[in-house]
Design a protein around this ligand. Structure first.
Ligand SMILES: Cc1cc2nc3c(=O)[nH]c(=O)nc-3n(C[C@H](O)[C@H](O)[C@H](O)COP(=O)(O)OP(=O)(O)OC[C@H]3O[C@@H](n4cnc5c(N)ncnc54)[C@H](O)[C@@H]3O)c2cc1C
Length: 351
């Protein structure tokens, strides 16, 4: 096994998490192969609202990751010309923002969002936050990885593992076996199927949420608004994006029906919306670890396998890509990732 740069690393999954890992690993000199079952950003990354949301109440076991998440995106923006972030700030109000340190009054809210019909008395404003196009960002990261020599195989599901003496030394695909020193599982909700093959059961739920895109008049929303009535932002191209909770499978709660109700809510909340044309509404499945904390690190049960499963994966992709690649290439454990280790689910209880 190669222990320095030049280490052969397979990254399974080309969502934003796998793409960031591939980019950072290849930049450190690893010999990277990305193996993706479908296309780049074809998983939940393609249905993401993609708010770089570093705000969280206490206690937050991953406060140090969240705290560094935004500055890591500023770094990536400088390194990758294809990566563009809307540093618009985020305005939150309603129960979730009560007691926030960044409270602003109604007059300031109206300055920031002149189209709000009923600005609240107070809101929380995170001026440093923003949002990105998760698909374009994933492509930019993959292109950056390829520029550093990474190979990318799409339409190539990983079907199994090659193991010897309780260590993985490669993956099986329909096109044959690919050997590696380390296999990184960044396959989103597909991770559990893969770890089951290794007889390791990781508690990762597929947590549904609804992503909606409308065409809309320009300059409707300037920041990102998160309120009890709506979670919306506008892209530089003018599309209005919304995220909604998934309720259930009833006909009245299908994505198109929710999109219609959300459009009515947006019309009630904003001046200047005569019509919102629905472009798409769909359910995305977020890889949600059972305790809500990312699962990042080597499996203890089998050698050579490193797992990366998380929500919010868009927010954390940049920082996790850097820290995990340092662990994989440099063999030095990052203390910031300690709360995320997979072995927390396998600790033997006392007595
Ligand atoms: C409506 C909605 C709103 C959201 N809003 C936000 C937000 O505001 N901020 C935020 O940070 N996050 C948000 N998220 C969550 C975020 O999108 C995810 O956390 C993130 O995209 C996860 O990325 P990933 O790379 O881990 O997974 P994925 O994008 O699912 O990538 C995994 C890839 O692995 C591939 N794969 C699976 N199995 C195999 C296999 N056996 N072999 C090869 N390849 C395989 C899949 O095809 C897929 O391309 C939102 C999600 C939704 C649905």
């Amino acid at each position: 096994m190669d222990n320095g740069p030049g280490k052969r690393v397979i990254v399974v999954g080309a969502g934003i998490v796998g793409a960031s890992l591939a980019y950072h690993l290849a930049a450190k000199g690893a010999n990277v192969t990305v193996v993706e079952a479908e296309g780049i950003a074809s998983g939940v990354t393609g249905s993401s609202f993609a708010w770089l949301n570093a705000t969280h109440g206490d206690p937050d076991p991953i406060a140090s990751l969240r705290g560094a998440a935004l500055q890591e995106y500023h770094r990536l923006e400088a390194q990758l010309p294809g990566l563009k972030i809307q540093w618009s700030g985020a305005l939150s109000y309603g129960a979730s923002s009560e007691g926030s340190a960044n409270r602003i009054p109604q007059s300031k809210i109206s300055e920031l969002e002149p189209n709000l019909r009923n600005p609240p008395q107070f809101a929380s404003y995170a001026a440093e936050e923003g949002a990105l196009d998760a698909v374009a960002t994933t492509h930019a990261l993959i292109a950056g990885a390829q520029a550093n020599g990474a190979k990318v195989l799409t339409q190539t599901p990983v079907l199994g593992f090659k193991t010897q003496d309780s260590s993985v030394f490669g993956v099986e695909t329909a096109a044959g076996v690919i050997e590696a020193d380390i296999v990184v599982l960044a396959a989103g909700t597909g991770i559990t199927k893969l770890t089951d093959l290794l007889e390791v059961s990781l508690p990762i739920d597929a947590s549904p949420a609804i992503f909606i895109r409308y065409s809309s008049p320009p300059n409707l929303v300037r920041t990102l608004i998160s309120s009890p009535e709506m979670e919306v932002r506008q892209t530089p191209e003018g599309a209005l994006l919304a995220a909604e909770d998934y309720l259930d499978d009833d006909l009245e709660n299908q994505p198109a029906a929710i999109a219609l109700r959300t459009a009515n809510a947006i019309k009630n909340e904003l001046h200047g919306v005569v019509s919102l044309d629905l472009q798409s509404a769909r359910v995305g499945f977020r890889p949600m670890p059972a305790d809500g904390i990312p699962i990042i690190g080597y499996l203890a049960q089998v050698g050579g396998v490193y797992v990366c499963a998380m929500h919010p994966g868009v927010t954390l992709a940049a920082i996790v890509g850097r820290l995990a690649s340092e662990e994989i290439v440099g063999d030095s454990a990052s203390p910031a990732l300690n709360p995320c280790r997979p072995d927390r689910f396998f600790k033997l209880s006392d007595g």
